[in-house]
Design a protein around this ligand. Structure first.
Ligand code: AMP
Ligand code: MG
Length: 401
């Protein structure tokens, strides 16, 4: 049996970046850029009015004189007009400043009378209220580097440069296979001996936090031949396969053998942890396979602790994006040494509470949790106030597919 940190390292070492694909900018939020971006244009592309007002030549500006209004320039039109001495143009925000004009006075600082303006702005300086061509970005400038994660701000910035497609690392296709003869779909009447299948619901929801829509979700009985057939059929439809249940050492646990039948190489099976001790990880080529121990709290814990970092890595998102914080325990806690414990927790300001109901078949504590607390393998006593590693859940990782 390997330790939690060994398991993490093995997963990291066997996870490789997916290939870059051309992505519509509209769908690229949260994805990682695979190439540097140079601007092909100046932004703004021309000298632009920053105000609704009047454009004129500062040399004509004199407190006692008036300027004749020669026409108007709206946003979106190219100004053909030529400025004559002692004249001005009505101009609107975003409009191109016509030749000969070097200053704009805002309309609130102007008195208009009989087709003339009288400027009442003692503070006005030459060049006022003009956004100069290229003042944000120059043509040919390196604006974003490969490895940058696209945010809403970056999406708007890129669109302003005229970009509509961007090379990003592909989002993985993730499939879910639930094993267990006892599983029944929520919404149906429960037959004797059956339970409601919930793991696909928690996994589906967690994947959608990364804006990954599962490629498939299927159930199979505890049967080696059927499980092998199902894995084989779905293999080529995913980059990552999540199998829930059937991964322990019981007589009806066929996941490891079925994966082997399909040519999947086992990287590890069993980790010194609670919950989720029977966790399995394997690969076939670049495809990754996680056998998640079926108890509902173990499935979701293993997802957050192992699967999610691997998915982030596949997309080129730095794994440390998932923040770890140290918080003092609200109450003393003791455990047996020898296994790392992952506990459902709740953050209260500057301290963290270990929630009751930690057994891996219970989901009520997960329903109340906002973090997972990691307690080291070798320690057994944790005093009140001792600092523990906390992994907050629900971080905004917005990746659209
Ligand atoms: P297993 O890992 O298959 O031995 O399952 C461990 C426990 O988790 C058993 O009580 C199963 O009934 C339960 N279980 C397995 N798969 C699911 C599932 N998809 N939804 C809810 N409970 C499950
Ligand atoms: Mg089972």
């Amino acid at each position: 049996m390997i330790s939690v940190s060994e398991a993490r390292q093995l997963i990291q070492a066997n996870t490789s970046l997916l290939e870059p694909i051309s992505t519509p900018l509209y769908e690229a939020n949260g994805r990682v850029m695979a190439e540097d971006l140079e601007s092909t244009t100046d932004v703004p592309p021309f000298d632009q009015s920053a105000m609704d007002g009047y454009a004129f030549n500062y040399a004509d500006f004199n407190a006692n004189t008036s300027l004749a209004i020669m026409g108007e320039i709206a946003a979106g039109v190219f100004p053909q007009h030529k400025l004559l001495p002692q004249t001005a143009f009505r101009i609107y925000t975003g409009a191109q400043v016509p030749k000969g004009c070097d200053t704009i006075v805002m309309q609130e600082k102007v008195r208009v009378k009989e087709g003339h303006i009288y400027i009442e702005d003692s503070q006005l300086k030459v060049g006022a209220n003009i956004r100069l061509k290229g003042s944000q970005t120059k043509k040919g400038e390196l604006v974003l580097k490969a490895g940058t994660r696209i945010s809403p701000g970056i999406a708007g910035f890129m669109a302003g440069l005229g970009v509509s497609q961007v090379m990003t690392f592909r989002v993985p296709r993730v499939g879910i296979i639930n094993t267990g003869k006892e599983l029944s779909s929520p919404g149906l009447a429960l037959l004797p001996g059956k339970i409601y299948e919930s793991n696909s619901y928690s996994l589906n929801a967690a994947l959608r936090e990364l804006h990954i829509k599962p490629a498939f979700m299927v159930c199979v009985d505890d049967d080696e031949a059927q499980t092998t057939k199902l894995i084989q059929e779905h293999l080529s439809h995913c980059d990552v396969m999540l199998l829930s249940g059937g991964v322990s050492v019981g007589d009806h646990d066929y996941v490891e053998q079925s994966l082997k039948n399909c040519g999947v190489e086992k990287i590890f099976h069993k980790v010194k942890q609670k919950p989720g001790k029977p966790l399995y990880f394997g690969r076939k080529g670049k495809r990754l396979f996680f056998g998640l121990p079926g108890n509902p709290a173990a499935v979701l814990t293993c997802y957050y602790e192992y699967v999610m970092p691997s998915l982030l890595q596949l997309m080129g998102i730095p794994v440390n994006t998932r923040s770890k914080i140290l918080l003092p325990l609200r109450k003393a806690y003791s455990k047996k040494p020898g296994l790392t414990h992952f506990l459902k927790g709740k953050i209260h300001g500057h301290e963290v509470e270990v929630l009751p109901a930690q057994e891996s078949y219970l989901m009520n504590s997960f329903a109340a949790a906002d973090c997972i607390i990691q307690l080291e393998e070798e320690k057994n006593e944790f005093e009140r106030g001792s600092l523990v590693e906390v992994h907050p859940l629900f971080q905004p990782l917005l990746i659209q597919k």
